[in-house]
Design a binder for this molecule. Structure first.
Ligand code: SF4
Ligand code: SF4
Length: 398
């Protein structure tokens, strides 16, 4: 007779334990003390060629990187026809997106398109802009152009590289005159991302560099036409570290794989930034203990990384702050072998699932309750596999 009451009581207790707002452990907020030099990024190191002065200068400065870099130089390279995952159509499309985004490079610099009439009447026009109104317009328009999320932060020194590392910016000290940064994310297609490290994944990431580049460029030109300075930070032209700016602009937290983890799409986004002197209203930073806690338990990206580049321990202090630091050399060497930018870590991450009603409920539970979080880690392995195979490539992308 008592049994139904016991079952009912147990059910209520379990529901309370799972759904009460029990946030769990507090983690230290990671604010970088040492700033990063873009010349140390793998794309910069790939651009310097033997025989060039900057090649010799770089390895005089960082002799410890020489043998590690020789390893990736022996591989076919990103989008190479000799790479392991080469697919003719998909690689041609990825190359096309990277080429197309170059069309935006001339519009990158501040003041380039500021109209004469606005220059002379700039102060008058600008005085009539309220931060609230302009922010609403910029965010609304960026979303209409295809942004998934848009956030604004005050720029801090640690957002910026110390020195540039790509093309004509190589070795030049990075400076900034702009008070605000507008961080823009765009969604990476779920089906194509899941195929990583196969060719459709790089086709999709290249497309989203192009899309985010377009939105950032349009936004910067709009601000300039309104009489403000604005500068884009888009593919191959970053003065700053996009995930740090996006986190401080409230768009997410930085997870184990070193990428921005957004609340709705996890790491399945690309980011572009516009810096500006326009008056804007800032957002609260995206510090999120629940992401750090979930990543501490999950480790699925580390388990599935084909080059074992993702650490499976705790966060540590590195240049760039308290964080999980991936082994960028072994990751990039794998890219140069595969010919794609891999994305296996992004594909397997439990936060990357489609943003439908079911997954949004799980995301809410993960944020809300530390016991729910622990069960969700196990259930993700149960339903999707602890080591899932890459998703099936669409027939047309073969
Ligand atoms: S796979 Fe797991 S550990 Fe890795 S970033 Fe995603 S949630 Fe964090
Ligand atoms: S992109 Fe691929 S190789 Fe690089 S860290 Fe992620 S899973 Fe590993």
């Amino acid at each position: 007779m008592l049994l139904p009451y016991i079952i009912l009581a147990l059910t209520v207790v379990i529901l309370l334990l799972l759904f009460l707002p029990l946030k769990g452990k507090k983690y230290e907020t990671a604010v970088p003390e040492q700033h990063l030099d873009e010349r140390d990024t793998m794309f910069s190191r790939n651009e310097i060629k033997p025989g060039e002065k900057r090649f010799d200068d770089y390895y005089d400065m960082r002799p410890e990187n020489r043998s590690r870099d020789d390893a990736f130089r022996l591989k076919p390279g990103l989008l190479s026809p000799d790479s392991a995952n080469y697919k003719r159509y998909a690689f041609a499309s990825a190359d096309a997106s990277f080429e197309a985004v170059e069309a935006f490079f001339p519009y990158r610099e501040k003041g380039k398109r500021q109209k004469e009439k606005d220059k002379s009447r700039g102060a008058e026009f600008c005085a009539s802009d309220s931060a609230m109104k302009l922010t609403g317009f910029i965010k609304g328009w960026a979303r209409k152009m295809g942004a998934h999320s848009v956030g604004i932060t005050e720029m801090r020194d640690y957002h910026f590289y110390t020195y540039g590392g790509r093309k004509e910016r190589y070795g030049k000290k990075v400076t900034n005159d702009h008070k605000y940064g507008i961080a823009i994310t765009v969604e990476m297609d779920h089906e194509l991302t899941l195929t990583g490290p196969q060719a459709p994944a790089v086709m999709e990431s290249a497309r989203q560099y192009l899309n985010s580049g377009m939105i950032a460029t349009q936004t910067a030109l709009t601000l300039r036409n309104l009489g403000y300075e604005a500068k884009t930070h888009i593919d191959a032209n970053y003065d700053l570290i996009c995930p740090l700016v996006a986190r401080d602009a409230g768009l997410g937290e930085i997870g184990r794989m070193g990428l921005l983890m957004t609340p709705a799409l996890g790491p399945r986004v690309r980011i572009a930034v516009v810096t500006t002197d326009a008056p804007l209203k800032t957002d609260e930073p995206g510090y999120d203990n629940t992401v750090i806690d979930f990543c501490s338990l999950c480790k699925k990206c580390a388990r599935n990384c084909p080059s074992s580049s993702i650490p499976d321990g705790e966060r540590e202090n590195h240049p760039g702050g308290l964080r999980w630091k991936i082994n960028q050399e072994s990751c990039y060497t794998f890219w140069c072998h595969a010919g794609t930018d891999c994305a296996r870590c992004m594909a397997v991450c439990p936060y990357s699932h489609k943003a439908n009603m079911f997954h949004n409920f799980i995301r809410w539970g993960i944020r809300n309750n530390f016991i729910f979080r622990r069960i969700a880690v196990k259930l993700d392995d149960l339903f999707y596999g602890a080591k899932p195979e890459p998703g099936k490539e669409p027939y047309w992308a073969g």
